[in-house]
Design a protein around this ligand. Structure first.
Ligand code: TRP
Ligand code: ZN
Length: 465
């Protein structure tokens, strides 16, 4: 789902033109959709020529054999005349593909699934793709933070990763610039939990298997989808009138630091809502896993996943909860158009930790800023840091310094009004660094270019504002 106002006029014009042509003319307009979206941080990821509105996924997973079988029904709009299009799908075997109910030919090329429908798809056309698939899912080997994707665990599985993960368990346009809504049905052996994003839609059991249903009605970037299967203590309640589902791996102590940190999810979300504006989604939650391969937390939409490393002390780590919940606004509701702008997610989420720590009596924001300023390597840029440095200090810490520098420059009142306005205006969409700077300048009523240049990319320590 791309923000309509960007392309709807163009799509309409092309659709009208195509409608006025003969079949032959129209066929000439059908071309294969691009094999990726040209994002240099994730070569091969995403696909051109269409925009996904919705994924309806039905998945069955058997931890005894590690086998997953899936049926994906994807609702798509062509943004160009398509003779063929592709999804990202890593491993797994495709049994059948239908487009608008009619059999389509398909073949695999590495981690791509190419689909050729019986007839070309004119630009602007909405169509449905059904994919039946299965196999033993494997994570993608990706980078310093560990593999992304579907990890089989002793008792189930954890599908998680950034920047890529989704294509290891369903066919997807795997790039944050194409957000979509989701419905998910997961069938697992009785007794196991199957957790995912969004609002819980109930469970039913039959013949030794239990189906768990989840629905995410706000557009979601594909790397923010998660599936966690296994022995979990699941607690279901409500917070501020919305469902709150938290789950703690049965291998972690029932009243240990993970459980106690997750229990503060509603309180931390409310603290952030006072600063950033209303919580953007229809459900709250969190999942604490025990698998040591999950070395980080991830801001999976409505229900962040926390690795065991955050909860080793005896004090509940609410700093990481503040970080992941801040991403619900910065990253999940307002998402990246391209990965090189990842500081828009991480700089603000780190700044939210500083805000929370000040509130929690740990340390003031001014102190966090001063401490970090003193140790920053200013030769490393915050914007476009390079794929290998996506999760480095220049993104998280220098990014947070830049946010605080902005606050110092414009003052508290303007700063928080700016954040709330930005999040409201861009809600459910995507944005770039230039978009943010442009918005900030509009609210401040003056140029902030030198400030952002110095704090985000300048090669030397900026003067304190
Ligand atoms: N974005 C996560 C955070 O800042 C960190 C992260 C990066 C991550 N890559 C990951 C977490 C892969 C899990 C898996 O909270
Ligand atoms: Zn983060």
């Amino acid at each position: 789902m791309t923000r309509g106002r960007r392309w709807s006029a163009a799509v309409l014009a092309v659709a009208l033109l195509a409608g006025g042509c003969t079949d032959e003319d129209a066929n000439a307009r059908f071309r294969p959709g691009a094999a990726d979206l040209g994002d240099p941080y994730v070569p091969g990821a995403g696909n051109g020529g269409y925009d996904v509105a919705h994924y309806a996924l039905r998945v069955r997973y058997d931890p005894a054999s590690d086998r997953l079988t899936g049926q994906a029904t994807v609702t798509v709009t062509a943004t160009a005349g398509l003779s063929r299009f592709q999804f990202d799908l890593a491993g797994l075997t495709v049994d059948r593909v239908r487009v608008d109910g009619a059999p389509a030919t398909h073949r695999r090329d590495g981690n791509e699934l190419m689909v050729t429908p019986a007839h070309g798809l004119p630009a602007g056309k909405r169509f449905t793709v059904e994919v039946a698939y299965g196999g033993v899912p494997q994570p993608l080997p990706s980078g310093e933070l560990g593999d992304g994707g579907f990890h089989a665990t002793g008792d189930g599985a954890i599908a998680l990763g950034q920047p890529e993960s989704a294509s290891t368990w369903y066919p997807v346009n795997d790039h944050p610039s194409d957000k979509a809504t989701y419905d998910l049905e997961v069938t697992v052996p009785d007794g196991l939990a199957a957790l995912s994003n969004g609002v819980p839609k109930g469970q039913s059991s039959k013949d030794g298997w239990t189906t768990w249903r989840w629905s995410e009605g706000s557009p979601m970037a594909s790397y923010l989808t998660t599936l966690v299967i296994g022995n979990y203590r699941v607690s279901t309640g409500t917070h501020a009138g919305k469902p709150l589902v938290t789950a703690v791996a049965a291998g972690l102590p029932a009243d240990g630091p993970a459980a106690r940190a997750l229990a503060r999810t509603g309180e931390v979300a409310d603290f952030l809502a006072e600063r950033f504006g209303p919580y953007p989604f229809d459900a709250y939650g969190g999942i604490a896993v025990a698998d040591e391969r999950i070395r980080y937390a991830l801001e999976t939409q409505t229900r962040p996943v926390y690795g065991p490393g955050f909860f080793r002390g005896d004090r509940p780590n609410t700093e990481v909860v503040a970080h992941e919940l801040a991403h619900q606004w910065f990253g999940d509701s307002v998402s990246l158009s391209r990965w090189s702008d990842i500081w828009l997610n991480e700089g603000f989420a780190t700044y939210a930790e500083w805000l929370w720590n000040e509130h929690d009596g740990v340390r003031t924001v001014a102190q966090a800023f001063a401490d970090r300023y003193a140790v920053t390597d200013w030769t490393k840029p915050t914007v476009d840091p390079g794929r290998a440095a996506m999760f480095g200090d220049a993104v998280y810490q220098r990014g947070a310094l830049a946010v605080h520098a902005l606050r110092r420059a414009v003052g508290d009142e303007t700063f928080f009004r700016m954040l709330r306005g930005w999040l409201a205006e861009r809600r459910n969409g995507t944005a770039t660094t230039a978009d943010f700077i442009g918005y900030a300048e509009r609210i401040a009523g003056r140029s902030l270019r030198p400030l952002f240049d110095a704090w985000l990319v300048g090669a030397g320590a900026p003067a304190l504002p």
